[in-house]
Write a protein that binds this ligand. Sequence first.
Ligand code: C2E
Ligand code: MG
Ligand code: MG
Ligand code: MG
Length: 280
Amino acid sequence: AAKHAGKNRFAFFDPVMTERARETLNLRYELGQAIAADQLFLDYQPRIDLKSGRICGLEALVRWQHPERGVLSPGEFLPLAERSDLICRIGHWVLQQCAREMAGVVARSPDLRMAVNLSTRDLYEVQHIETLVRTIQSGYGDSGIALELEITESMLMENIHQATEVLKTIKQALPGVQIAIDDFGSGYSSLNYLRHLPIDTLKIDQAFIADLADDSGNAKSIVRSVIDLARNLNLRVVAEGIETEEQLHIVSQLGCEEAQGFYFSRPVSSSALGTLDGFP
Ligand code: C2E
Ligand code: MG
Ligand code: MG
Ligand code: MG
């Protein structure tokens, strides 16, 4: 058996594999240095209240200014981080950085809701919850920032029972913090679980918004159902990924309250927020 294992280990040194594996390892190593090297930064995308047309919230989105590769989006590096403790360090940094940058903004516009995305680890690593709660207490406790934590539906569905418990713990420890389900509608969730979750907001998956205009795959029916569901459960509902006036028109007609997307604004740096239309 030992001989076998030895043989299999040699398979690892296939030159193509090695090249890719080395690149991944490299990137992960560099990501480990990125926080200390000040290479991570946050952009903020506004969320619009559709009745008033005003900006009612912001979502923090992490980016990595890589020294050779340019700006990397979260999809290009968070999966790497998720395989190690790095994701917790990044999550911690995001919360702290957001609190630092938003302190001044929120002092002027106290009604803004500030959304931050959580990772799977935040939900499922028991030792991590305490750290998360402490980070939020120290960064947001006296700041007046109305924090909303976003959790994707697929993250929730990995273990809905544990997720429910964790969210209840978070809500109990941090009563002012709101919880949103991100990318909602594409999971295979039984609607029954929603009643038991301590949530405040549903964010409709942007895939449905993209299909709204030509109504492929019954996108409009699904969006209508999510909006009705949110209303019946007394939840706020946000349409994500609005790119066109037509999409905006449809979600408004269906009774959606809030929206986010390139049509209003791409994610921008904190210093550019003041120049946006509808910024309070
Ligand atoms: P998300 O939370 O659903 O964020 C929305 C994503 O859609 C963002 O991509 C945003 O730039 C993009 N987007 C916004 N409006 C439009 C639009 O009109 N059209 C299109 N095509 N896209 C739009 P981004 O910044 O690349 O983030 C991707 C995902 O990475 C996020 O999806 C979120 O799940 C995750 N993420 C981002 N920042 C963080 C973070 O700080 N922590 C964690 N754990 N995850 C993060
Ligand atoms: Mg989000
Ligand atoms: Mg989002
Ligand atoms: Mg989303």
